[in-house]
Design a protein around this ligand. Structure first.
Ligand code: NAD
Ligand code: ZN
Ligand code: ZN
Length: 344
């Protein structure tokens, strides 16, 4: 089968021929129907040989959808032909966090060598994808896999982040979303679907600001220090109740700290390498600064349900598998709107 692989540190990924895997006991082989491309892959491919934690070659793609093509022994909950999406942040399945579906925060996964598809083991940018357990699969029925696959990360990550701050998103509150790309544009839709907060989006790209407005943002501003004044004006000086930073660069975490109000939340979701000093006097009193990683299994089930109810309109750019390397080039150049989805 064909697969998009990262073969060598510092070299662009390539499309290569690899064997179709066979499902062992408990495993499921999916014929991939769609695979989303996340900005995190660019960060991973930017690491030096010393920093790089995975084996090479690595088949990329940690957003996967497929149709069950074959199942190993003792697989009962899904059968051939089922259309599913894959929950990516696999845990051990048995600890307290995993028992609550919070496999994204499983403290045992790393020690057991359990890694997500596309982030350590073969990912979804291929014709077939091997999944270790039926519990990682969420059925999507007749939903379009191309617009549904981004929910597994570009949707799940902001959904998890928004849920953590939901109690602060009261009517009258102002929420800032920095970065209206794959994650951010879905995050804006989720904020509108789940709360009455006023959403202000910041992005350096005009096209992303337009997508932010189409996604339901009340305002979309260039991501610069002037936006701090606008947010202060909008809130009678109080500042934002919640800031979601889907970039995480130094420039954006600095903006987040300047915009946040008293008793606010700053959630840094982007992995852009910025850091935010926290002391008693800064950011403002009561502010909770946090990161969040991906999302929980129940949250993915909820999100698929939300999509089934028509609450989300994920903006996708569709590509063929052979175009995989070009997708990363376009992403690096800031040319992707919403989510790029590869259809093998
Ligand atoms: P993307 O490339 O689709 O979107 C990024 C957006 O941010 C673009 O619209 C871009 O114009 C904008 N942007 C870039 N620099 C900016 C700046 N200085 N100010 C304002 N806007 C800026 O990326 P994505 O796939 O949506 O991922 C977003 C971030 O989230 C990445 O850092 C990614 O690695 C990270 N991520 C984190 C998790 C997690 O679990 N925490 C999960 C997935 C992705
Ligand atoms: Zn990702
Ligand atoms: Zn666990």
């Amino acid at each position: 089968m064909r697969a998009v692989q990262y073969l060598e540190i510092g070299r662009p990924p390539q499309v290569v021929d690899v064997d179709v895997p066979e499902p062992g006991p408990g495993q499921i082989l999916l014929k991939v129907t769609a695979a989303g491309v996340c900005h995190s892959d660019l960060t991973v491919m930017g690491w030096s040989a010393e920093e790089f934690p995975y084996q090479l070659p690595l088949t990329l793609g940690h957003e996967g959808a497929g149709v069950v093509a074959a199942v190993g022994a003792n697989v009962h909950a899904v059968s051939e032909g089922d259309s599913v999406v894959v929950y990516g942040p696999w845990g051990c399945g048995t600890c307290h966090a995993c028992s609550q579906g919070r496999e994204n925060y499983c403290p045992r996964a790393a020690g057991l060598g359990i890694v997500p598809p596309g982030l350590g083991r073969p990912g979804a940018l291929a014709e077939y994808l091997l999944v270790d357990s039926e519990r990682h699969l969420v059925p999507i029925g007749d939903l379009d896999p191309v617009t549904t696959v981004p929910l597994t990360d570009a949707g799940l990550t902001p959904y998890h982040a928004v849920k953590r701050s939901l109690s602060k998103l009261e009517p009258g509150s102002v929420t800032v979303v920095i970065g209206a790309g794959g994650l951010g544009h879905v995050g804006i839709q989720l904020l509108r679907a789940m709360s009455a907060t006023v959403v202000v989006a910041l992005d350096i790209r005009e096209e992303s600001r337009e997508l932010a407005l189409r996604s339901g943002a009340h305002q979309a501003l260039p991501s610069d220090p002037k936006a701090v004044d606008t947010v202060r004006e909008l809130t009678d000086g109080a500042g934002a109740r919640v800031v979601f930073d889907f970039v995480g660069a130094q420039a954006t975490v600095d903006l987040a700290a300047q915009m946040a109000g008293l008793d606010s939340d700053i959630n840094v979701v982007g992995i852009g390498g910025g850091s935010l000093p926290v002391s008693f006097f800064s950011p403002p009193y009561g502010t909770r600064v946090s990161t969040s990683y991906w999302g929980t299994r129940p949250e993915l089930v909820e999100l698929v349900e939300l999509a089934r109810r028509g609450a989300l309109d994920v903006h996708v750019e569709r590509y063929g598998l052979e175009e995989g390397p070009r997708v990363y080039e376009r992403m690096e150049a800031g040319k992707i709107q919403g989510r790029a989805v590869v259809v093998p």
